[in-house]
Each structure stands twice: as structure tokens, then as C-alpha cells.
Design a protein around this ligand. Structure first.
Ligand code: KIV
Ligand code: ZN
Length: 548
């Protein structure tokens, strides 16, 4: 094999011996999950938590997809330090790689991720290209990237739908891009089609063709529920980078989940001799909660590692065993993934420092104004609730992180509701600088108040929010628990499959208050998108149509 520079065939930093590089794509592939769209500020919050989790690479987005995504990637690249690489995705097509490079240039460790589809089904029906054309474009853009970014940058190449690509052709593509300067070869199981044994063989075949000239990476989707299994089989076959997401978020059935892959590597070291991931696993629970909260994707209780039942023991036999020795029914400790299991009463909080320390134990960093705001909210909560639990504190932090710039403010509300559901509500607001009031009836108090808010908003903005989803849950199990509301909404003037749908969150011991707060947050996001342009406000809104 010839190399791009004959003096040294190895480009990029590579992966140190014994390491499995954790490439987190929550902010790119995860964020592509329908309805998971995040604002640039929310993406930054997640990136900070990923940095605390000490992943090796944060794939921050797809800069050519929208101006909002470009800006989010640029800001994450600017802020992320401590040896963590920031990756951006780009198609092998004029415009994309330039935009991606512009966004990640400022990163301490830029990582460019180029891709093109290689399977016949994608080439014929989607790209309308021949195999030869796709190979030529791959080589052209990898060479361009290597020349532009220099020899130390990480340049990753993905053959999209690799697991359904004819093997000899796929190997030719990977060999050619390695010669052109790719330092990481990613093998995506784009549609989650592979089975562990065959996926392991595919990784072995790529490794057999390129040897040590590039790091082998895998990117597995979960359509058959095999993403984690395929990823682990790939590591056993020689892959040294794994592409994963928090909570397994991602297109359709999602991607391989970070927490499952990392904890499998850690819990079963004999199966992965001399290999380890350097993730700070005690940050897993905090990362999982934050992503779930901001995207509005709740976690099923029996989800491995991060589900609420993952460390719960219901049956008497199990409880007895765990009390005698946790190893009887626990293969990892709750503490190892950041579950302290303790509760805290607010009386024990010795001021802001005490709160900060407690939150740090729970894997959450807050300081400055944010700490002050959470502290005030915790003290206020202690007035209306007997015990402020860990879950309460985490919910307060999350609510704070999901705050949005406001052009719509709720000043007050009142409701009369009687048995049978009939309710009469009124709400007063400031909408884009004008004081407005609305009154309405409804089939329940929340319905009547949402309609009252609509009455106030519509004359000023020409639309009102329309709910597409509404969910309420208690933060803790006590009778005086806080209610947490998650809803999704669109503008009444924006209908059809392309309509922008946003999330809104509310938190209060009064569920009507929590519902109204969530509704107002959603209204503000919709208004922000209208003022700033939807592609700017919502990074997940793609302007290109043929994205992965
Ligand atoms: O699933 C996929 O093929 C992808 C690629 C862009 C890596 O997300
Ligand atoms: Zn993917």
C-alpha cells in the first residue's frame, strides 16, 4: 500500500495500545431521532456533560445541515478542551467538508468525519452514482481533508450502509481512502441489519486489508436490538473506536448505547483482554438524565444500566440476597454509574457549598448564577415539601438547564374547576412586549388554561401553540412530590409532516403551574424559531434532504 506521505503511513493521533476510543454521537446521530431536536444552548449543555463523562470524541453535529448546527458545532469546538476531540460530519460532496472544517478548526483536537454510501441499494436509488464514482469522490475528499487539516488531525471515513455493501468493493474503498490519508475507518451498520458473528467477520476483513494503517471504528444501529452486541463483537474482532449514544438515542430504534457498551467492557474484562475505555462511569446517570430531559425521550424503566429498575430488587429472594451480599444479584454497583442511592433532607444543606457538594456527588456541576438559582429553588421547594430528595434536586437543575430566552411571560392565572371536569380559566401574559389576557372554558383545568393562554397569544403572534404530546410524572414517590411536565407543541399556523415540533418542560408541586410553565417554554421556543429562522434556532432542522 502506498501512503499519502511516504515517510510515515500513519496519520492522526491513533488510539493508544489497550484503549477503546469512545466516540459519542448523541449530538449528531442521537439528535436526528425524530422529535429530539435541541437548541444550540441545549447542545452545549450536553457537550459539557459529555466532557465530564470523559468521552474521547464528541461528534457535535453536521455543520452543513443548518446554520444552527454549524454554530453549535463551532461553539462546542471552541469550548471543549482537556484532550477531547470534537468531530463534525460531512458528506463527500462540495460544500460539506469545507463547512465542517470551518466549524471544527478551533478545536483542540479536530476530527473530521466524511461519509458516502457504498451499498448498491443506496448508490442506485439515493445517490444515483456508480461504484467507481463513489470511490473516486471518497478518495478526492479524504485527500482534500488531509491536505487541509495536516497530518495530525483525525480524518475518519464511513462507508454508509457498509454491512449491506458487497465485500470486495467495500474493502477496495477502505484501502483506497486509507492510502489517501484516512486515519479512522468507520464501518456503519446503518440499518441495524448485521448479526454479531457476521459483523465481527466484517471487521476482521477490513482489518485484514488495511492492517494497522488506520483505526477501525464501528457504528451500529439497533433495528434488531443488536447494536450493543454487534459493537462488542466488533471490539473482539479488532475495532478500537466505538460510536455510541447516551441512552441509545438515535435514528429509528437508535444507536448502540454508550452506557451498555462501556459497562460491558468494564464488567467483563476477561472477554476484552487488555482493553479498557477511560470513561468516568460515575457520570453516566447524570448524562442519561440530562439527555432524556432535554430531548424529551423518557427512559424505559427496564433499560439496562440507566432504567429506574436497573438496580431495583423487587422479589423477597432477591432483596434478601442483595442485603447479604450485593454480588448475588448485582453485576456492577449502582455507585459505579453514579447512583448514590441516598436521599438528602434540605435541613442538612449547609448553604450553597453544601448543595454544590451534594450535586457533585450526583455527577452534576453547577456554579455561579446557576448554583444561586438552584439553591433559591431548593429552599423554596423545602417550604412546600417535607423532604427534598436527590431526584428533586436533579429535577431543579434540569429545569434550569432547559430554560429559554423569553418573549412570552406568564404574569398570573386563575381557574375554577368542578366535578365532571368543566373548568373556567383566565391567564394574563406579556406577549412580545404587549400585555394581554385570555379567558376560556375547557374540559379540565389544564385544558381551560392552555386555551386562555392561546387567547392571549393569538392576537399578537397570529398563531397559538398546538399540543402534540403531553406527559406528567411525579419526580419522587412521596405524596407531596413535584410534578414534572413534558410536552411537545407546534404552531397552529405550521401543519403537516415538516412542522417544527418543540419540547417544553415544567416543574412544580402544583401540576397546573408545571403544565403552564411547560406550555410557556414551548411557546417561547416556537416564537424564537419564528424570529431567528428555524434552522438557526433548532440545530436538528436539516436543510439538506438526503442526510443519514
Ligand atoms: O448510520 C450511519 O450510517 C451514519 C453514518 C453517517 C456514519 O450515521
Ligand atoms: Zn447512524
Amino acid at each position: 500500500m502506498t501512503s499519502f506521505e511516504s515517510t510515515n503511513p500513519r496519520f492522526g493521533a491513533g488510539v493508544p495500545a489497550g484503549a477503546v476510543r469512545i466516540f459519542d454521537t448523541t449530538l449528531r446521530d442521537g439528535e436526528q431521532a425524530p422529535g429530539a431536536g435541541l437548541t444550540a444552548a441545549e447542545k452545549l449543555e450536553v457537550a459539557r456533560q459529555l466532557a465530564r463523562l470523559k468521552v474521547d470524541v464528541i461528534e457535535a453535529g453536521f455543520p452543513a445541515a443548518s446554520p444552527g448546527d454549524f454554530e453549535a458545532v463551532r461553539r462546542i469546538a471552541q469550548e471543549t478542551r482537556g484532550g477531547i476531540a470534537v468531530a463534525a460530519l460531512a458528506r463527500c460532496r462540495d460544500g460539506d467538508p469545507q463547512r465542517a472544517v470551518e466549524a471544527i478548526r478551533v478545536a483542540e483536537r479536530p476530527h473530521l468525519h466524511l461519509f458516502i454510501a457504498t451499498s448498491d441499494i443506496h448508490l442506485v436509488h439515493k445517490l444515483r452514482m456508480t461504484r467507481e464514482q463513489a470511490l473516486a469522490e471518497s478518495v478526492r475528499w479524504v485527500k482534500w481533508a488531509r491536505q487541509t487539516l495536516g497530518r495530525d488531525a483525525e480524518i475518519e471515513f464511513s462507508g454508509e450502509d457498509a454491512s449491506r455493501t458487497e465485500l470486495d468493493y467495500l474493502l477496495d474503498v477502505y484501502e483506497a481512502v486509507t492510502e489517501a490519508g484516512a486515519s479512522t475507518l468507520n464501518i456503519p451498520d446503518t440499518v441495524g441489519y448485521a448479526i454479531p458473528s457476521e459483523f465481527g467477520r466484517l471487521v476482521g476483513a477490513v482489518k485484514g486489508r488495511v492492517g494497522d494503517a488506520a483505526t477501525i471504528s464501528v457504528h451500529c444501529h439497533n433495528d434488531l436490538g443488536l447494536a450493543t452486541a454487534n459493537t462488542l463483537a466488533a471490539v473482539q474482532a479488532g475495532a478500537r473506536q466505538v460510536e455510541v449514544t447516551i441512552n441509545g438515542l438515535g435514528e429509528r430504534a437508535g444507536n448502540a448505547s454508550l452506557e451498555e457498551v462501556v459497562m460491558a467492557l468494564r464488567t467483563r474484562p476477561a472477554q476484552f483482554p487488555d482493553l479498557a475505555a477511560s470513561v468516568a462511569t460515575e457520570q453516566i446517570t447524570a448524562a442519561s438524565r440530562l439527555v432524556s430531559y432535554l430531548t424529551g425521550f423518557t427512559i424505559q424503566p427496564n433499560k439496562a444500566i440507566v432504567g429506574s429498575n436497573a438496580f431495583a430488587h423487587e422479589s423477597g429472594i432477591h432483596q434478601d440476597g442483595v442485603l447479604k451480599n450485593p454480588l448475588t444479584y448485582e453485576i456492577m454497583t449502582p455507585q459505579s454509574v453514579g447512583l448514590s442511592g441516598s436521599t438528602l433532607s434540605i435541613g442538612k444543606l449547609s448553604g450553597r457549598r453544601g448543595l454544590q457538594g451534594k450535586l457533585r456527588e450526583l455527577g452534576v456541576e453547577v456554579e455561579g448564577e446557576e448554583l444561586d438559582a438552584v439553591y433559591r429553588a431548593a429552599i423554596q421547594l423545602a417550604d412546600s415539601k417535607k423532604e427534598v430528595t436527590d431526584a428533586d434536586l436533579l429535577a431543579l437543575v434540569e429545569q434550569r438547564k432547559a430554560d429559554v430566552p423569553r418573549s412570552i411571560e406568564l404574569l398570573g392565572w386563575s381557574i375554577t374547576s368542578s366535578s365532571g371536569g368543566h373548568s373556567v380559566g383566565s391567564a394574563s401574559l406579556v406577549v412580545a412586549g404587549s400585555a394581554k389576557a385570555g379567558n376560556s372554558t375547557g374540559n379540565g383545568p389544564v385544558n381551560a388554561l392552555f386555551k386562555s393562554v392561546d387567547e392571549a397569544i393569538r392576537p399578537v403572534l397570529g398563531w397559538n401553540p398546538v399540543l402534540t404530546e403531553y406527559e406528567i410524572k411525579a419526580v419522587s414517590g412521596d405524596g407531596d412530590a413535584q410534578g414534572q411536565v413534558l410536552l411537545r407543541a407546534r404552531r397552529s399556523s405550521d401543519e403537516g409532516p415538516g412542522a417544527l415540533v418543540v419540547t417544553g418542560h415544567g416543574l412544580s408541586t402544583n401540576i397546573i403551574e408545571a403544565s403552564l410553565e411547560a406550555y410557556i417554554v414551548a411557546a417561547n421556543k416556537l416564537h424564537g424559531a419564528e424570529i431567528n429562522g428555524v434552522e438557526v434556532a433548532f440545530v436538528g432542522r436539516r436543510v439538506a434532504e438526503d442526510l443519514p
